[in-house]
Design a protein around this ligand. Structure first.
Ligand SMILES: NC(=O)c1ccc[n+]([C@@H]2O[C@H](COP(=O)([O-])OP(=O)(O)OC[C@H]3O[C@@H](n4cnc5c(N)ncnc54)[C@H](O)[C@@H]3O)[C@@H](O)[C@H]2O)c1
Length: 301
């Protein structure tokens, strides 16, 4: 069962589970996801995790649930914190309860960027959690439920804190879409804008590496792991790599910094390397080339 399997990361997870021979069901409300993203061979159940998880788990009885469905937009979480909490907290509780009824193992998608807040260096899992958005708070609450369910019900669910994920099928309009935005605008000959001085640093991870992280966590007995690269890239550097990859050498425009934008956000992947035997493999330049190739193929029809 892949909740959010019609979204960016979920569609890649669903495709990889299908490729290894699993029967794959997707629960997605399509609020930001789309039917077209669901890979052929996976069964899409259009529904809401808040209201439909129980009945669907009852009929499918999944062994595994990769729980990716979420309100994943920071701006929306600020405008509508109640909706954000409903989906990310209540929805996660409903998924955990549906899983409990059928002994389903859960891998929960949390976030590094929104949970650690401003970082002094690569943040390990025990670094202070200082979320600065309702989204970060609701994801952290989700993690606490996952950990609490493990203690209460002796389940072995795992939480993964993804860094800034990019890759094919990411929507430029959704949260974290800076790479999709840069590539699409450069390709279209449009202006790209950097907010602030561009020296804010992020940990960009290719979606294929994230999917391998999910696979590594399946069956693991509990825990919270960063799924990041440990490598910091400034937005100015990112823009330069995007220009190299697209071959469009157009300088960015600069606009006023956005309130709440942290200067430094990077995760330390050492624990996942040690305990899950997982590490990110794709360099930013190679990952961007793969993303760019897919965008060009899509544009060519
Ligand atoms: N993209 C990133 O950089 C990133 C970073 C850290 C964590 N995450 C987490 O990874 C997960 C997937 O993110 P994504 O980038 O693929 O986002 P996405 O918006 O593409 O995918 C989320 C999916 O959840 C579905 N959904 C939303 N509310 C729902 C509900 N109530 N019931 C059923 N389905 C619902 C949406 O339709 C969408 O298909 C999210 O949990 C997000 O918080 C993403």
């Amino acid at each position: 069962m892949v909740t959010g399997g019609a979204g960016f990361i979920g569609s890649h997870v669903a495709a990889t589970l299908l490729a290894r021979g699993d029967e794959v069901h997707v629960l997605d409300s399509l609020v930001t996801g789309s039917r077209e993203k669901v890979p052929a061979g996976a069964e899409l159940h259009v529904g809401d995790i808040r209201t439909d998880a129980g009945a669907l788990f009852e009929s499918v009885r999944p062994e595994l649930c990769v729980h990716l469905a979420a309100q994943a937009d920071v701006g929306t979480s600020v405008e509508r914190p109640d909706y954000d909490a409903e989906v990310n907290v209540l929805g996660t509780v409903r998924v955990l309860e549906a899983a409990r009824a059928h002994g389903t193992h859960v891998v929960f998608s949390s976030t590094g960027g929104a949970i650690y807040g401003e970082c002094d260096g690569p943040a390990a899992e025990d670094a202070p959690r200082r979320p600065i958005s309702p989204y970060g708070i609701s994801k952290l609450a989700g993690e606490e439920y996952v950990g609490g369910w493990n203690r209460l019900f002796e389940t072995g669910h795992v939480s993964l804190r993804f860094a800034n994920v990019y890759g094919p099928r990411q929507e430029a309009s959704l949260e974290g879409g800076v790479i999709a935005i840069f590539l699409e605008r450069l390709a279209a000959g449009e202006e790209t804008t950097i907010f602030g001085d561009g020296e804010q640093r992020r940990d960009f991870i290719y979606v294929g590496d994230v999917v391998r992280g999910v696979l590594a966590a399946i069956g693991h007995a509990g825990g919270v792991y960063n799924i990041g690269t440990g490598v910091e890239t400034s937005i100015n550097e990112l823009h330069a790599v995007c220009r190299r990859v697209t071959g469009v050498n157009r300088a960015p425009a600069y606009a006023e910094a956005r309130p709440g934008d942290v200067r430094r956000s990077v995760t330390d992947p050492a624990l996942a390397e040690r305990e899950l035997d997982w590490r990110a493999e794709q360099s930013l330049e190679d990952g961007l080339r793969l993303t760019w190739k897919t965008l060009q193929e899509a544009a060519a029809g």
